[in-house]
Design a protein around this ligand. Structure first.
Ligand SMILES: Nc1ncnc2c1ncn2[C@@H]1O[C@H](COP(=O)(O)OP(=O)(O)OP(=O)(O)O)[C@@H](O)[C@H]1O
Ligand SMILES: [Mg+2]
Length: 344
């Protein structure tokens, strides 16, 4: 399952929900976030330790013992100093050997053995990877191959990857059969969903929104979950009594916008160099829509090639992505409008 979309649309919220749903069904869950300096191997290995040690018990069946032994060998493949102890004698168990050093071989083995052990009790293994666009090309290729083999071999494992809109394209380049994955674009909400996101939690606390107040916040947020959350929260805070009026909403949106400008947007803007800022400004006339790299170059009076480094670092910093070859777009809704508000 591949969840992809812009910043702040709710990918992490959904992934967390998946984890909770899986855990409620007694599935073993590994929830990791790519983009730190840790490799996929290490993230997965460390993510497995907690759930596996919860399962380890003297009465463990042979499948579980096998999974534990394989997980131990997997740990040894990236950490020669640390060892895990599940407090069990695994010397007689089968399994292990997930330490060949070849990621595909080792990860397949550990996923397979752990999922089969979970499958013994009718459950499975859920591997949830956030910010998956930050995995290396090798790691994505490996994951694509494992996801494929898991499906073919009827191993009870679910992989859910969440990332920026570039993720499907990156996966497609990683492995040809990636078209078999289930892709879910996560987008801004519909109008009635956006209203429900404001009205329902408020009414649970005995508070109502007037129609005008609601329209104002929904319009200002452009129905983006993160902005709805921010503007809704500020409106709630300024309102007195049990009704959120249009004046509360106006003030709430202004405060929320200020908050976003000084946090959400500024944090990203401040991470860019002068050359990168020029590139971003040249993207602004399109607003939130995508723009051809040739058009950006023309506006700056430069060649596309000479702007390659700025473009690459902006992608690396997560500010823009390439929806297609020769096209760039902001990863953050409203970024262009924010940049327009900044004095050059
Ligand atoms: N279903 C939801 N219910 C309530 N709030 C939500 C929901 N989905 C998203 N939000 C709000 O939007 C915010 C952003 O959601 P989330 O962090 O999941 O986005 P994201 O797509 O992971 O963004 P990023 O790409 O920046 O990681 C949440 O902190 C929350 O305030
Ligand atoms: Mg997220």
């Amino acid at each position: 399952m591949i969840l992809y979309g812009l910043r702040g649309v709710g990918k992490t919220v959904l992934l967390t929900r998946l984890r909770k749903d899986a855990a409620a069904r007694d599935w073993l869950t590994v929830h990791v976030e790519a983009g730190s300096r840790r490799s996929l191997r290490e993230m997965t290995g460390e993510g497995l330790y907690g759930p596996l040690s919860d399962l380890a018990r003297p009465s463990a069946g042979s499948q579980l013992l096998r999974a534990l032994k394989t997980a131990l060998s997997f740990k040894a493949s990236y950490d020669s100093t640390g060892t895990w102890s599940f407090g069990l004698d695994l010397s007689g168990a089968s399994g292990g050997a997930a330490n060949s050093g070849v990621l595909l071989t080792d990860l397949t083995k550990v996923v397979h053995d752990v999922a089969m052990a979970a499958g013994e009790s009718g459950a499975g293994l859920a591997v949830l990877i956030d910010e998956a666009q930050d995995l290396t090309a090798d790691e994505l290729t490996t994951l694509a191959a494992i996801m494929q083999s898991v499906a073919t071999d009827d191993v009870p494992a679910l992989f859910a990857l969440a990332g920026l809109p570039s993720l499907p394209q990156t996966l497609a380049e990683a492995k040809s059969y990636s078209e078999r994955f289930r892709y879910h674009p996560i987008e801004k909400l519909g109008r009635s969903e956006a209203e429900a996101a404001l009205v329902e939690p408020a009414s649970g606390e005995g508070v109502r929104w007037t129609g005008d107040a609601l329209s104002h916040v929904v319009a200002a947020a452009g129905t983006y979950p993160y902005f709805l959350q921010q503007f809704g929260q500020e409106s709630w805070n300024v309102a007195d009594g049990t009704t959120i009026e249009v004046n509360d909403a106006r003030l709430g949106v202004a405060l929320g916008q200020n908050h976003l400008d000084n946090g959400f947007f500024r944090a990203r803007w401040d991470r860019t160099t002068g050359a990168e800022k020029s590139y971003l400004r040249a993207m602004c006339p399109e607003g939130d829509r995508s723009v051809a790299t040739g058009e950006v170059a023309a506006r700056l009076g430069r060649s596309v090639g000479s702007l390659g480094p700025a473009r690459a670092t902006l992608i690396h910093k997560g500010l823009i992505y390439a929806p297609d070859h020769g096209i760039v777009a902001f990863t953050v809704p409203g970024m262009a409008a924010f940049i327009d508000r900044q004095v050059p």
